[in-house]
Design a protein around this ligand. Structure first.
Ligand SMILES: Nc1nc2c(ncn2[C@@H]2O[C@H](COP(=O)(O)OP(=O)(O)OP(=O)(O)O)[C@@H](O)[C@H]2O)c(=O)[nH]1
Length: 185
């Protein structure tokens, strides 16, 4: 029998217009769409292989959030990991991530959640207002991985997902260990 594909569900979240759809479409279809069409919610499926293991990724490209948006409960239920995107050209989008991270922790109630924080639009370096160090610091605080990328120039886009899968696999095995150590005899 061929080895089974592991199904994994990932939410792509962040402020409006930071490039959530562009990153998702670049990863899934290898193309950059220049037009701006606000997303309500789209789910993409992508077969992907990491270190010999086949995965079927369900990528949920969510609607842009702001500080006041209520965190959609369905995004805390069955997600294996989160890609949290800001734009390096928007302080507001960066500051929103702190709020989003707190909401994710509250809603999921998990101690370890595979997270990748992504500063998008590095091609717009002249318009940069969030430094790489600030991005790294936020990621360190939340024990998240960190990448600066460009959906437009397809820079480091696949790395986001490879890294998140690696983190999800680690979380899986540590959850497994936790379970076995909690079995009552
Ligand atoms: N220069 C540049 N523009 C980008 C990049 N990624 C996205 N954009 C542009 O930014 C705008 C918003 O991109 P989207 O991918 O629709 O952003 P989104 O976060 O999905 O937006 P919402 O659905 O409203 O939340 C579009 O005009 C994109 O072409 C990038 O890496 N570089």
């Amino acid at each position: 029998m061929p080895p089974q594909r592991k199904q994994r569900k990932i939410a792509i979240m962040g402020y409006r217009s930071v490039g959530k759809s562009s990153l998702t479409i670049q990863f899934v279809e290898n193309q950059f769409v220049d037009s701006y069409d606000p997303t309500i919610e789209n789910t993409f499926t992508k077969p992907w292989k990491v270190r010999g293991q086949d995965f079927e990724l369900k990528l949920v490209d969510t609607a842009g959030q702001d500080e006041y948006a209520i965190f959609p409960a369905q995004h805390s239920m069955d997600m294996h990991g989160y890609v949290l995107v800001y734009s390096i050209t928007s302080v507001q989008s960066f500051e929103l991530l702190q709020v989003l991270l707190e909401k994710i922790m509250d809603m999921t109630g998990k101690i370890t959640i595979p997270l990748v924080i992504v500063g998008n639009k590095t091609d717009l370096h002249r318009e940069r207002v969030v430094s790489t160090e600030e991005g790294k610091r936020l990621a360190d605080t939340w024990k998240a991985s960190f990448y600066e990328v460009s959906a437009r120039s397809h820079e480091s886009v696949c790395e986001i997902f490879n890294r998140l899968i690696t983190e999800m696999e680690k979380a899986d095995s540590s959850n497994g260990n936790e379970k076995s150590s909690c079995v009552l005899s």
